[in-house]
Design a protein around this ligand. Sequence first.
Ligand SMILES: [Zn+2]
Ligand SMILES: [Zn+2]
Length: 352
Amino acid sequence: MRKKDYYSILGVSRDATLEEIKKAYRRLALKYHPDRCQGDKEAEEKFKEITEAYSVLSDPRKRAEYDVRGATETINIGDIFEVFSTFFDTDFLRTQEGSYASDLRYILELDFEEALFGTTKELEFERLEVCNDCGGKGIESDSDAKVCTYCKGNGRIEVVRGFFYFSQSCPKCGGKGKFYKKCRKCRGRGRVVVERKLQVDIPAGVDSGTRLILEGEGEGGLYGRRGNLYVEINVRPHEKFVRKGYDIYSELEVELPFLVLGCETEVETVWGKKKVTIPPSTQPGSKVVIEGAGVEHGGRRGNHILIVKVRVPTMRELSEEEVELLGKLAELARKRSNNSGFFSRIKRRLFK
Ligand SMILES: [Zn+2]
Ligand SMILES: [Zn+2]
């Protein structure tokens, strides 16, 4: 029989502890497991090889025998998968899936007003929860387990080597004496995906980037703890209003005569219509502040800030009288600015 170096197959030293051997096997089995490497013949061979190495080195008697004789009883492939189903059911898949309670992230889109004034939202999401049927163990109940016929449930078998009888761990059931069926509901994973609906009160004043923490609403772990749910707010932009911190900005278009002479007007804010005064000689781009019409926070409110723009009416909108008066106004402005050359040059270029 060709000697295989089981130690180098698992990448462990000859004096490796059982823990080290288990660890090495778990790492390699994760990498080469047929479920992960479907159709990859080389990986399948590798899996069989590391599984064989593990099943020998994890059994103290087989390992001792192997160390002395450099060989052990032949293990066929059918056995390997059976031996391994035990390890697989209880440890392997759960390691693969990640059995710890993990946090979830939920992006919640809100309208501008919903973010300002607060609202109640129903969140719908999927999360992993510990399987009710098996309590997270991943296996059917003990009474459903099939007794191993090879060792008759003892977990150990006697083998003859020359003149000696050896008692060794059963290679078929891995010493457990039984074959546990994977839990039908969770397929051995210990957790199942569950739909969750949750009513959440969104407080007033949240903004894009605000993160609400709902403790214990994340995924259930196999070790009792539950992860958290992080709700991240994303506020949809408003047609007219832009929010910066606790202040709200909007544009106010005003025609020239009102900017020059000053006026009173009404503007929309999130708190309804408000009167504002545009002082005489207001320049485009200047700001008019309406105090206390911004975002409410901790019993106070930010401001609403108007950015003044000039509204230029088109010729079509204007009455004959307005055009006539604008003409007079232009004439007077030309005289005042004493810069007739500049205006006539522009006019020539535009109308030639
Ligand atoms: Zn057995
Ligand atoms: Zn289950």
